[in-house]
Design a protein around this ligand. Structure first.
Ligand code: PAN
Ligand code: ZN
Length: 190
C-alpha cells in the first residue's frame, strides 16, 4: 500500500442515474447564478441587467463524496440551464487546472459542448449524451448549453489538479459560442 497523508477512503459504489443526472451518495453541491459570472459574457450590460434582475441559476454542480485531494479521483455532475446573454449561450465559468492533469467528461442529457483553450488554439467539441470528451493537461475548459433544455455531464478529474478561475478571466477562451439568428451554433472571436 502507498503511504497516505490521511486515512484512505474505503471502496464504495455510487448510484448513478443517467437520465436524471444525479448521483448518490452526494458530497458538496454548488449553484452558480448570473451574478457569479461577472466578466465572462461579452455583453456586460446585458449580463448586469440579468444579474441585477431575476438573477437566474445558470448552472449547478453536484459532487460525490470523494475529496479533492492528491491521488483521489473525484466526480461531479454539472447541469447548465438553457438560455443566452445577448445570444451568448449559458456556460460555466471555465478554469485551468494549475497542476496540469487530464480530465474526462461524459454527456448525460440535453445538448451541449466543451470549449477548450491552451492559450493558442481553441477547440469546440460537441459532448452530447453518450459522448466522452477528453481534456488533455494544460487545456482550459468551459462547458456550454447549446440546446433549449438543461444540459448535464459527468466530470472525472484528479483530486490534486486544483481549479484556477483567474486564468480564464485574464486569458479568455479564444472563442465565444453564440446562437446565430437561425438558432444554430456559431463560434465568434473573443
Ligand atoms: C467540472 C467543472 C464544472 C463547473 O466539474 O468544475 O463543470 O465548471 P466551473 O468549475 O468552470 O465553474 C470540472 O471541469 N472539474 O475539473
Ligand atoms: Zn476541470
Amino acid at each position: 500500500m502507498p503511504q497516505f497523508y490521511e486515512q484512505p477512503l474505503q471502496p464504495f459504489a455510487i448510484s448513478f442515474d443517467f437520465a436524471a443526472a444525479t448521483l448518490e451518495p452526494t458530497g458538496p453541491t454548488l449553484e452558480r447564478r448570473m451574478s457569479d459570472l461577472e466578466g465572462l459574457f461579452a455583453d456586460h450590460e446585458q449580463w448586469r441587467a440579468a444579474a441585477e434582475g431575476d438573477n437566474p441559476v445558470v448552472y449547478s454542480v453536484v459532487s460525490s463524496p470523494v475529496p479533492e485531494a492528491d491521488r483521489e479521483l473525484p466526480q461531479s455532475i454539472t447541469t447548465i440551464n438553457p438560455g443566452t446573454v445577448s445570444g451568448e449561450f449559458f456556460m460555466t465559468k471555465g478554469h485551468q487546472h494549475p497542476n496540469a492533469q487530464g480530465e474526462i467528461y461524459l454527456g448525460l442529457t440535453g445538448r451541449g459542448g466543451l470549449l477548450t483553450f491552451d492559450g493558442y488554439d481553441t477547440r469546440f467539441l460537441e459532448i452530447n449524451p453518450g459522448t466522452v470528451g477528453y481534456i488533455p493537461p494544460g487545456w482550459a475548459h468551459r462547458s456550454i448549453n447549446t440546446g433549449d433544455t438543461p444540459y448535464s455531464f459527468l466530470a472525472v478529474y484528479p483530486g490534486g489538479a486544483g481549479h484556477d478561475y483567474g486564468w480564464v478571466l485574464s486569458h479568455g477562451m479564444g472563442k465565444r459560442v453564440l446562437m446565430a439568428d437561425d438558432g444554430s451554433v456559431t463560434l465568434a472571436e473573443y
